[in-house]
Design a protein around this ligand. Sequence first.
Ligand code: MOS
Length: 725
Amino acid sequence: MKFDKPATANPIDRLKVVGQPTHRIDGPLKTTGQATYAYEWHDPDLAYVYGYPVGAAIAKGHVTAIDTDAAKEAPGVLNVLTTLDIGDLPKGEKNTAKLFGGSEIQHYHQAVAIVIAETFEQARAAAALVKVDYAAEQGAYDLRAAMPDAETPEPSTEPESAFGDFDAAFRGAPVTLDAEYTTPDQSHSMIEPHSSIALWDGDAVTVWTSSQMIDWWRSDLAITLGIDKEKVHLMSPFIGGGFGGKLFLRADALLAALASKAVGRPVKVALPRPMVPNNTTHRPATIQRIRIGAERDGKITAIAHESWSGDLPGGGPEVAVMQTRLLYAGANRMTAMKLATLDLPEGNAMRAPGEAPGMMALEIAIDEMAEKLGMDPIAFRIANDTQVDPEHPERPFSYRDLVGCLNRGAEIFGWEKRQAPGLRREGNWMIGLGVAAAFRNNLLVPSGARVRLDNRGIVTVETDMTDIGTGSYTIIAQTAAEMMGVNIDKVEVKLGDSRYPISAGSGGQFGANSSTSGVYAACVKLREAVASKLGFNSSDAIFEDGAVRSGNRAVTLSDAASDEELVGEDTMEWGDLSQTHQQSTFGGHFVEVAVDIATGETRIRRMLAVCAAGRILNPITARSQVIGAMTMGAGGALSEELSVDTRYGLFVNHDLALYEVPVHADIPHQEVIFMDETDPYSSPMKAKGVGELGLCGVSAAIANAIYNATGIRVRNYPITLDKLI
Ligand code: MOS
């Protein structure tokens, strides 16, 4: 099915199941320990063994020799594979850094060996006996130092934009801001580390893994192993978080496949937690310069956003300027990105790549500008709202209610109680309120599904879509139930298996809208199959209460499929509605903080997010996405930072003891409100994504609240105590 006209009324609009607050259908499996996460697959007839990886101790250079003698003689060890033994392997298309094979080291903790033993403990102990010799080279590890050499990245990343005459308008503006902001390298820090089990059957391999994107992994694993894609079977039905860290094939899956081939047994490989931040990908640090010029009435006349980030050769920029092209009006504008070559681990997507760090900077700048103008920061944002793409005024937003989000949030949060900076005290605590806009684009990705109807009246959905904790199982079941007119308990959902139709996967907050649209398309096909079987006209057949009616005939779905299973399969393809109309999601983040006057400790006291993101398919799972994102934004504002050792090129704090994510005690009352909205341009579901919107702007709202509490403007994240005293 191709979606190329705005959606009209369709069965989803009944909202008997879709849009209803529905607890996750996979919740009982998870809470009773029966959900089969990658490392936990267990077949009692198989003798699993364990692989423990060894990571490079240099950031750049070559491995000259690996001595595995002692490791091979250690108890329980079956084999040791080294990167030298394996030799160069083709790199997957989606990977920037190679994962394993050959002598070249591109980044710290790149896998150089895998020890395979009967038990995990034996493998780990023997891994410590592997001796690796290196010829190290000096790399570039310091973004600030590399800035002068940074270059404009590939045109495919849309590195620059310019409209009007920014320089002249900025020079002529009566009120201006020119400030620099920095965001650090961040780690996804999902609960479940990257984990896989691999088992060969002849020339075909099955890998149970933890992947956001089944088809991307399948293709890249096949390329790297040098086998046909059809010979790779991937399964990833449950995933303990991803945040972008599991978008691309990772070393655990490759090492498990190579190790299993070597020992002829099923091999389990999990990346040890201390290896995750340097072995995998991370959100790259940015240095951002923002200039804004405005008239005294608050109208922006000039806005410029430049961003510098680094990556390995062949990598791309953190696209931190993207939201600045779309969020506020202003006739004279420019954005630019510059990319430095750094020999740190691979920088890549982490939840809301681009907008998350971009909004961390832009939304402080907007707060600063409002203050210079003597305007309320909400009023300043509203004064510069736009209903059209400011760079392409002929392109309207499909739906944009930023103003509604800000006004509603202000009312609920008690914004009118906000005082001038530094005035509000409660004992030792300085109290402040902060606000930021939320913005994230809405992306559309083709998504396929197969839907079966059997003689029990059960509807089974099969798609390689993943559920990374987001609620995919549940919203897909809701979609199929609504389309087929059955209760949700009559729907079974099977996800995360490469034998199923290729889906959008989980990324870029496109998963919910795209994957349910694919299920919608497949259900349209199944409805046609049912109607045709019964001799009904599919255009007037009504699917309701477990039956299908046409005229005065009604047949239960189980009867319709009594003698043969009926199947519908289709892929949702997207027309150019996202070209004719700018599709984005909007919101407002509100935060109250208390800052200790003596220690500089910040405590978040209240958080509110008001989100406008099309139809909300399930208010419970959507809310969970947003409160999780707000929590991540709290970490980004206050604690999360991968510390770069600029001498040796590694992230020093590579575990959860020193890379500090928020814990329960850090998180106060959180409230989430969704605007009542449907977007007919987004899909037949009329939905968009919220999982990344919930993050974009939060950290700036916290920074702005800290400023309101203390009068101290911190432009370098995270806002740790030392920056306030
Ligand atoms: Mo998201 S960073 O595309 O998983």
